[in-house]
Design a protein around this ligand. Sequence first.
Ligand code: ZN
Ligand code: ZN
Length: 233
Amino acid sequence: MKIKTFASSSKANCYQISDSETTIIIEAGLSLKKLFKLPDFDISKISGVLISHSHTDHNKFINDFLKLGITCYMTFETAESLKLDSTFVQIIKSKKSFKIGSFTIKAFETQHDCAGSVGFWIKSELENKRLVFATDTFYIKYKFQKINYYMIECNYDAEILEKNIELGIIDGCRAKRLKSSHFSLQNVIEFFKAQDLSVCEKIQLLHLSNENADAENFKNRIIEITGLPVEVY
Ligand SMILES: [Zn+2]
Ligand SMILES: [Zn+2]
């Protein structure tokens, strides 16, 4: 499986997953105008778009894809919140698998501050490889098996956040919201400690906060815990 991270932050998210037969996009946070400029993006190859939840950094440009007749997959709650009027919206349910080309996909619930938010378990039947994608969640309650690639949010470091609250950089209200909606480095470490990483080849840390994260430290801490190659976005 090939992974391309086109954008990953609270401003915009857009990821591309492909095997030799099928290419999908996760999150429509970038416009097609922007995507067309990227050498690794070819609209004619896109078989579907997965949307994790209703916050705009994950779906602002979904109509760009719907207008071209590309099926966009999301939960009922997400579709309802986005008020989309298109026959190319496909409703999915967590824990119920569906297929896009050579991919089998299963959504699973995430812990965020909006209804119907999900992460995705994706298997390439062609290559027999599995990927887990989860962002905008303060916790993941699942243990996954035989995952080759993890794409996991690592939004903030609890220690940096505390310092920023003391310094008045982050107000208490926002900090409270962060803690119950986004993944801290400390919880990501616990998550990876609980996973079977025996076939894992690569980890991507996603959706880092501008003020409350230290990318280099995040990378080193997760390498320390997992012994695997780690990329940070
Ligand atoms: Zn987000
Ligand atoms: Zn969100």
